[in-house]
Structures are given as C-alpha cells and as structure tokens.
Design a protein around this ligand. Structure first.
Ligand SMILES: [Zn+2]
Length: 385
C-alpha cells in the first residue's frame, strides 16, 4: 500500500510527459508508476504537471529570510512555496560569520536532519579573487587553518565550495576538498585559461554564475578575435556551468549559446536569489545593512533604492527559473526540468531530479501557467496552494 498516490497527472518521465498516469509514494521514495494505484492518501493532479522538485544550488535568501535568519525553517518554507524541494543556502560572509551561521543552523535542525529540503551549505566566500558586489570584507586568503575551521563548522554538510582558480593555493585546496566529496566551483575570477585548466585538472566541476563576474577578453590585435575564459569553460566537458536564469544577469542569446555548448546535461539554472526575491513588486526595507530595496518582478533583480537602483543580486525564485526556461528561453518542459532538477541532482550525486521508481519522492505539481500547486519533499506535502 502506498502512503500517497498522485493520480491523473501529466507526469514527466524519462521518455517525456505521460498523460493520466499515477505516481505511488512509499516511505519517502517513488514506489510505483502506473494506472489505478492505491494509497492511504490521494492527490488528484488532473490538469496539472507532475515534475521532479526543483533544486537550487545557489541561493542567498528569499523574501525576508536568509542564512542570517535565526533559523532556516522560514527559508525552507519560502523555497517550498516556490517549488524548491532541495536548496543549498549559500553563505557570503567572512570566515568567522560563516562558521557561526553553519554552527547555528546545524544546532537548530538536529544537524540538518529536521530540514530535508536543505541539501547542505554552499560557501561562495571567502576564497574569491574579487567580490563582484563589492563585499571585499567577506574575502580571505586561502590558508590551511581557515579551510580546516570552515570544514569543522560545516560538520560534513558543506557540499559546494566556490574558489577563484588564480588565488595562491587554489589547485591544492580544490584537490583536498574534491577528495572529501565537495563540489568545487570556479568563481569570481580573472584567471587565465591555464589557471582555470589547472583548477579543473585538480577536480573543479562547476562554474559559478557563468558570465557574471567573468571578464570579456580584450582585443589586442584588431585582426585577431581573442578567446576568453568563458570560451574555455563553454567547451570544457568536465565542468557544469550554472547561469542566473532571469534574462537580466545573462542575455538570452548567451543562455542559448550555453545550451548549445553544454547541452542541458551540462547546464544548471540557479536563482542566486537574495533577500527580497519572491516578494510582490514594491519597495521594502531589509534586515542588516541592506537598506531599502526595490523589487519589480522576478526578472529585474533586487535594486538598492538609495544607491541609484544598483543591481544587488537576483529576485528570481526556483519556479520563476523553470518558467523562464519555457517562456523566455523557449525550451520544452523536459529540457526546463533537466536544467532545474536533473542536472543539479546528478552533479551533487543526489537520488533525486527524475521521476522514476526508487528515486526520492521530491515532486511538484504545477498548473498550465507553471504555478506551484503542491510541493512534496520525501513523500510529505510541505506546501499546498
Ligand atoms: Zn551568489
């Protein structure tokens, strides 16, 4: 007997969307896919898509929640409302504050066991060559002591670690962290192609928001078109590239170029969402030193009102990224799901990201407009519209 059966949905399977089929869930996993299934609870999905839950590898905050919040519970709730069944709270802070945040969130969640939506921590700082947003106080040189202190505070829960390949000590640290199963991501860099190659040879497997914080190559000889770091990364099959999928941070033409170079198996849509993401259009005063921000929909970023409306991160949410894949970037629902669920799951080695027997029952039900109706994590409904 299934604990839960989702009936009559348009279910996205490996072969494509299948109409009017049931999905049975038992003990947190997908147990059956077929017709006329029975369970102790039923959700009628008639007219809705049943998709793998969305996985956001890169998010700093949503609504009024962030890693600075007292607990991650509100963050997880807000992510669930917007279709994320797994997210990686991404810390951008000096080492001491990153350590405090990880320790606090582990204590409050029985070492994250209480929040299965949290896939682990991501450290975007401190090992960056430049901040991009001007937050240089959050950066620190690579040292064995800092690495060790951060690893201890994470307690095995740091899953993604951003590093600029040109920093002294970067290849050795990438080798050390990769051996621990941490995905190292090339980030915020002006490295040469050779420096990036050395980082990939050392084990780096992800590229942090491709194009954003990378430099456009300088033309030296007007007769020679130069190749830049992004050109190397677009043609390096060992790395997956993430893109902030709001069509503001990266132009649609470059998103299409990335699809053609990497395919959907080498591309991940992320939100890089900040405080304010997901809030209705308007002006808000945020906690800490963010001040007043303006939000104008999911695709126009978070803008600082008192600093000439400067872009201060993304206002995208996971479901908006999926919707943009279809509406702005012109992909079908299967490709959209791949860059928002399947590819991030494979990169992180998660038993998620597809609807198949044996996979974790992390699912979303969305209507024709791609609005979230239900979010299900490990077989439990965590959000219902
Ligand atoms: Zn970020």
């Amino acid at each position: 007997m299934n604990d839960l059966v989702i009936t009559n949905g348009q279910v996205l399977l490996a072969c494509g969307v299948v109409q009017d089929i049931d999905v049975g869930v038992r003990a947190g996993r997908i147990a059956q896919i077929g017709e006329h299934l029975h369970g102790s609870r039923t959700i009628d999905a008639r007219g809705a898509y049943v998709l793998p839950g969305l996985i956001d590898l890169h998010t700093h905050g949503i609504g009024f929640e962030s890693c600075d919040s007292e607990t991650l519970h509100g963050y997880a709730r807000a992510e669930a409302e917007r279709g994320a069944t797994t997210f990686f709270p991404t810390i951008f802070a000096p080492p001491a504050r990153a350590i405090e945040q990880m320790q606090r969130h582990r204590r409050a969640t029985d070492d994250l066991a209480a929040l299965p939506q949290v896939g682990g921590f991501r450290l975007e700082s401190p090992y960056l060559a430049h901040a991009g947003g001007g937050l240089t106080r959050d950066l620190a040189p690579i040292t064995a002591e800092t690495t060790q202190a951060l690893l201890e505070a994470g307690g095995g829960h740091i899953k993604i670690w951003d590093i600029s390949p040109e920093l002294p000590g970067a290849p050795d640290t990438i080798r050390q962290l990769s051996a621990l199963g941490i995905v190292c991501s090339l980030a915020h860099t002006h490295a040469t192609i050779d420096q990036a190659r050395a980082a990939v040879a050392a084990g780096a497997r992800l590229v942090t928001h491709l194009f954003d914080t990378f430099v456009v190559p300088q033309m030296v000889d007007p007769g020679v078109y130069p190749a830049g770091l992004t050109d190397y990364l677009l043609t390096e099959d060992r790395v997956v590239c993430e893109i902030i999928a709001d069509a503001t941070h990266v132009a649609p033409l470059l998103v299409e170029k990335t699809f053609r170079c990497k395919t959907a198996n080498g591309l991940v849509f992320v939100t890089d969402s900040n405080y304010g993401a997901g809030l209705p259009a308007g002006r808000y005063t945020l906690p800490n030193d963010w001040g007043r921000i303006a939000i104008d929909g999911p695709n126009n970023g978070v803008r600082l009102v008192d600093r000439g409306m400067t872009l201060a991160g993304s206002a995208l949410t996971p479901i908006d990224a999926l919707r943009n894949a279809v509406r702005i970037f012109g992909k079908d629902i299967a490709i959209a799901s791949r860059v928002c669920s399947t590819t991030p799951a494979r990169l992180l080695g998660l038993n998620k990201g597809d609807i198949a027997v044996g996979k974790d029952a992390d699912l979303i039900l969305v209507d024709d407009d791609l609005r979230v109706l239900y979010t299900i994590v490990a077989g439990t409904v965590v959000f219902a519209a």
